[in-house]
Ligand binder design. Structure first.
Ligand SMILES: [Zn+2]
Length: 177
């Protein structure tokens, strides 16, 4: 069974679970709980800006932020990063003890804290081989209506922050890489 990413690199799905033979996304009800959660979450975050860029530039300079290309961690506690900052995340995870937060609700906060304190991958660190397809070549996450989303997410703190970013990010001219 082949694994694919949807919307952003990082999270992987079983192609046969998620798509029909005609390459259509299956209805969410047919998917496992974990898969459904991630897909619903992706429909929220696939168009967001990179967390690390946002920590640097903030809402005031949201136009300076690169779009998210990859997602790590668990839904709602996930980190989304652009290609450049993906190396920092991988470095944190592998070399700075970030792996102890794998599967943990603290994942995002722990990375943000490290990054805000100046944590970065060393110059030239090859975090991940970018042989995978670019995000624009990945299948789109499903359209999820607000009602279905509310069934998934009780915690909305992150979501509301994201909503602001999404609204603001619609006008930005795109990544500079
Ligand atoms: Zn970034």
């Amino acid at each position: 069974m082949s694994k694919i990413s949807i919307g952003l690199r990082g999270w992987r799905f079983d192609e046969e679970e998620v798509f029909t033979e005609d390459d259509e996304l299956r209805p969410l009800e047919e998917l496992s709980e974990d898969t459904r959660k991630r897909l619903v979450r992706l429909s929220d975050i696939a168009d967001s800006v990179c967390d690390a860029c946002w920590l640097i530039h903030g809402d005031e300079n949201i136009a300076e932020c690169a779009p998210a290309e990859a997602v790590y961690g668990e839904p709602v506690a996930e980190v989304v990063v652009c290609g450049d900052h993906e190396d920092d995340l991988i470095y944190w995870f592998r070399e700075e003890g970030g792996d102890r937060y794998a599967g943990d609700d603290e994942f995002r906060d722990a990375f943000h804290e490290w990054f805000l304190e100046g944590g970065r991958a060393p110059e030239g660190y090859e975090g991940i081989q970018h042989v995978e397809t670019e995000p624009e070549d990945l299948p789109e996450p499903p359209e999820v209506d607000d009602e279905a989303r509310r069934e998934q997410w009780e915690a909305t703190e992150r979501k509301s922050m994201r909503d602001e970013e999404l609204d603001l990010s619609q006008e930005y001219p795109g990544s500079d890489d």
